[in-house]
Design a protein around this ligand. Structure first.
Ligand SMILES: NC(=O)c1ccc[n+]([C@@H]2O[C@H](COP(=O)([O-])OP(=O)(O)OC[C@H]3O[C@@H](n4cnc5c(N)ncnc54)[C@H](OP(=O)(O)O)[C@@H]3O)[C@@H](O)[C@H]2O)c1
Length: 312
């Protein structure tokens, strides 16, 4: 069977650029939306040109031009959207409604992967304000996809290592703390960490796979399900230095919400659900879902002890 042609929307983004690379690496004819709104953003343009050099096709289009989105979608079999969804960076999840409309009109798409790649929004109906906005908006997109009968796969990627492992899950930095580390509660809640390149590899693996059609794919490879304490211990082994551990109760963490800006409050809510409630691992993967490392045992996913070495 020939490999599906893929359109990546949001291809210059943090996860989007990895999806483009993984699509090319797995031999898919790959198209990347080139939005005219990028204007004079030389970094985005250079990245798009580098994709072209690697064999991708650039397709001009805009979220303000429905026809251009329909035309872009008509060129391919699979659409993957990696629209921004991190509040302290950029958050435009609902814009995807325009893409859903275009896919519906085009009528040719065999699989759509919307911008998910985080926690499972379907399991977060109880989430705290204001962080729940991320899940609520992702659910709006899911409902629109399903109402339009668009074939889908939802990739639940859990914790990107760049945001959650390199900093030992500290909220205000992206590198390991030097002396003291904040532990959430006893630090013994299981969390799933993922190398972002592996997220992209697994996402592309799903697109021609009937086992993931209209399903959620959880990325929970057993070697990367770790407690925060275990993650810290791996870093201590690499760095050869013990860190002072300061435990923060859920009450104290939530009390600090009041003094934060909106983006901080959103992030803190997510940390609460991940590190106290254990929302990434406190359930069995059941009907309508699959686990990536079981479906694709051939992928040699990066373990956190390997990932963390770059910070040494
Ligand atoms: N699991 C985790 O730990 C984790 C961490 C971070 C993000 N995520 C999730 O991953 C997904 C992608 O996030 P990201 O951080 O990779 O996003 P990002 O890099 O901030 O942005 C991705 C892309 O969104 C597009 N975009 C932004 N504003 C737009 C607008 N107004 N109109 C049209 N396109 C716009 C841009 O596409 P162009 O390339 O066309 O300019 C941009 O490159 C989100 O769903 C997010 O929640 C998960």
């Amino acid at each position: 069977m020939p490999k599906s042609k893929v359109l990546v929307v949001g291809g210059t983004g943090y996860i989007g650029r990895r999806i483009v690379k993984a699509s090319l690496a797995q031999g898919h004819e790959t198209y990347v939306l080139q939005r005219k709104e990028i204007g004079l953003d030389i970094d985005k343009l250079q990245m798009l040109l580098s994709f072209k050099k690697e064999g991708a096709h650039l397709v001009e289009g805009s979220f303000n031009d429905h026809k251009s989105l329909v035309e872009a979608v008509r060129k391919v079999d699979v659409v993957i959207c990696t629209m921004s969804g991190v509040h302290f960076r950029s958050h435009n999840i609902l814009l995807q409604l325009k893409l859903v409309e275009a896919i519906k009109e085009a009528g040719n798409v065999k699989r759509f992967l919307p911008s998910e790649f985080g926690m499972d929004p379907a399991r977060m109906a109880h989430a705290l304000e204001p962080g729940r906005v991320t899940f609520d908006e992702k659910m709006v997109i899911r409902k629109a996809i399903e109402a339009a009968n668009i074939p889908f796969t939802y990739v639940v990627a859990n914790c990107f290592a760049g945001y959650f492992a390199g900093n030992l899950s500290q909220m205000e930095c992206l590198t390991p703390p030097r002396n003291k580390v904040i532990l959430y509660g006893d630090g013994n809640v299981k969390v799933a960490f993922m190398d972002e390149d592996d997220v992209a590899t697994y996402a592309i693996k799903t697109i021609d796979d009937p086992r993931t059609l209209n399903k959620t794919l959880y990325l929970r490879p057993p070697g990367n399900i770790l407690t925060q304490r275990e993650l810290v211990a791996k870093w201590e082994k690499i760095s050869g230095k013990q860190l002072e551990k300061i435990s923060v109760s859920d009450r104290d963490l939530l009390a600090s919400l009041k003094v934060m800006d909106f983006a901080g409050q959103v992030g803190l809510g997510h940390f609460y659900h991940i590190f106290y409630e254990g929302c990434l691992t406190n359930f069995e993967i059941g009907e309508g879902a699959e686990e990536a490392s079981k479906l694709y045992p051939e992928v040699r996913y990066t373990r956190m002890e390997e990932y963390l070495k770059i910070y040494a």
